[in-house]
Design a protein around this ligand. Structure first.
Ligand SMILES: *[C@@H]1O[C@H](CO)[C@@H](O)[C@H](O)[C@H]1NC(C)=O
Ligand SMILES: *[C@@H]1O[C@H](CO)[C@@H](O)[C@H](O)[C@H]1NC(C)=O
Ligand SMILES: *[C@@H]1O[C@H](CO)[C@@H](O)[C@H](O)[C@H]1NC(C)=O
Ligand SMILES: *[C@@H]1O[C@H](CO)[C@@H](O)[C@H](O)[C@H]1NC(C)=O
Ligand SMILES: *[C@@H]1O[C@H](CO)[C@@H](O)[C@H](O)[C@H]1NC(C)=O
Length: 416
């Protein structure tokens, strides 16, 4: 190192910040059997581990944040419609490598990140969010990130492509080789190292693109041509399954996997307030996201059960969780990926303590789930009286919850 000319050293530092910042002992022992593809003396981690570089993209479990743009934090007045305590940038730094969100067409004709309806939770324009993720990719040149966007208002690929271009993130977009557009499902996925070397470190799935899809944006992949999902409408931790719910044309998991479809586990629980109103079950999330392989409803067990049930060394490629920082969920992915010690992760910042202390005082008064019950009764009573019909109930109860949630600061972020 010391004999490198200063300019070469600077270049090396800018290329491999993580190697130089992390302990090398384990990395040194692996160089003999797995030669590093880079010119550095020790292997550079890919997605937080040197062991993942040589693995194919579809031979890795990518931990994902469900509804990653919809926050339950100060920016949304702690909306109970929020699914995450921390934003996508913080999630990526903490090890999350799959970001899912819903995209709606807003009243001014822009693609907007909205939860169910832009009146319930509007997280801003898709373009601004993509630009922030691009910024993270700029700063983290050895990481591969996957996006999964729900096309709620059935917008064409060209609308998404325009926004991807304007945000700048399309420079990182990966297009499968000899792709006939987004409808090709049998892809021989490259290794993480190949994606990193080509600097095509962003894989994008959209659910779904209206057909016919244009070939102008072949990196926008139709999710259900490539991915199948387990059920997403779970209301009890004991009812997670490994069954195929949607995606592809197969009726069994085995045929879907042999057809090259990538499995996605939906691993989050809703609290069903009324048949129409479901909110993320935040109070149970420590158990839900636990890496435990024995507890019913735990993330570790769900992963282990599915890989066992599907057989033939099947791998869960994607997982979506709510409140990803709890568990922490990425621990369960590390275990199935065989990653003993992840490198380069940054823990979430703690929530300001003055607010947390104030909130704890209020919580003692209300206790456990009392605020939920009070909110439902008041919100429904109000909506029924004012509107005298059920149609508006869902919307008004959600709004009511947002206000109530702010006051009570239910389940705030990690407290200092
Ligand atoms: C997936 O990666 C593991 C660990 O490196 C390896 O043993 C296995 O053969 C790989 N599977 C495939 C299908 O390449
Ligand atoms: C997340 O928050 C940080 C700190 O406020 C900010 O710099 C970053 O741009 C945010 N990222 C997203 C995706 O909103
Ligand atoms: C469109 O409206 C949304 C709010 O619904 C706002 O966040 C966004 O900045 C607007 N975009 C333009 C281009 O005016
Ligand atoms: C499912 O069938 C439809 C209609 O035949 C076809 O367009 C689509 O590509 C198929 N999807 C997969 C994943 O094979
Ligand atoms: C989830 O959806 C499936 C299929 O549509 C349905 O059979 C099941 O009852 C639903 N579960 C809940 C808890 O609503």
């Amino acid at each position: 190192m010391a004999r490198l000319p200063p300019r070469a050293l600077t270049a090396l530092l800018s290329l491999t910040p993580r190697v130089l910042a992390s302990p090398q002992d384990r990395a040194m022992t692996t160089t003999a059997t797995q030669p590093a593809p880079s010119t550095a003396a020790a292997p550079v981690p890919c997605n937080n581990s040197p062991d993942l570089c040589s693995r194919a993209y579809n031979n890795i479990t990518h931990m994902g944040a469900h509804d990653s743009a919809f926050l339950r934090d100060a920016s949304t007045s702690n909306s109970v419609a929020g699914n995450q305590y921390y934003n996508a940038t913080i999630a990526l730094s903490a090890g999350i490598r799959l970001l899912q969100a819903q995209v709606h067409l807003s009243s001014n004709n822009t693609l907007e990140l909205c939860h169910t309806d832009c009146r319930i939770l509007d997280a801003g324009p898709l373009e601004a969010w993509l630009a922030r993720i691009k910024h993270w990719l700029d700063a983290n040149p050895n990481d591969v990130v996957t996006l999964l966007l729900v096309n709620s208002d059935n917008q064409p690929a060209s609308s998404f492509g325009t926004v991807f271009d304007r945000s700048g993130i399309s420079t990182y977009a990966y297009t499968p080789p000899s792709s006939s557009g987004s409808n090709q499902n049998t892809i021989t996925w490259p290794t993480l190292q190949a994606l990193i070397t080509a600097n095509t470190r962003l894989i994008t799935f959209i659910a779904s693109l209206p057909s016919p899809t244009t070939s102008d944006y072949p990196y926008l992949l139709n999710e259900f041509n490539h991915v199948f999902e387990t059920p997403y409408n779970t209301t009890s931790p004991s009812s997670f399954t490994c069954a195929l719910d949607r995606g592809g044309n197969s009726t069994s998991v085995q045929t879907a996997i042999s057809a090259g479809m990538l499995p996605l586990l939906n691993h989050f629980v809703y609290l069903e307030l009324t048949p129409d109103i479901w909110i993320p079950a935040a109070s149970a999330v420590d158990a839900t996201n636990s890496p435990s392989e024995t507890e019913v409803g735990a993330l570790g067990r769900h992963l282990r059960d599915c890989m066992g049930e599907w057989g033939n060394n099947a791998r869960v490629v994607f997982v979506l969780v709510d409140f990803y920082d709890r568990g922490p969920a990425v621990g369960a992915a590390d275990r199935v990926n065989g990653v003993g010690e992840a490198v380069g992760r940054v823990r979430e910042p703690a929530v300001a303590s003055s607010r947390a202390v104030r909130v704890r005082g209020r919580r003692r008064f209300f206790g456990g789930g009392a605020e939920v019950v009070v909110g439902v009764l008041l919100g429904m009573g109000w909506a029924t009286v004012v509107f005298q019909e059920r149609v508006g109930v869902g919307y008004w109860v959600c709004l009511f919850f947002a206000v109530l949630g702010d006051y009570l600061d239910m389940e705030g972020g990690r407290e200092a």
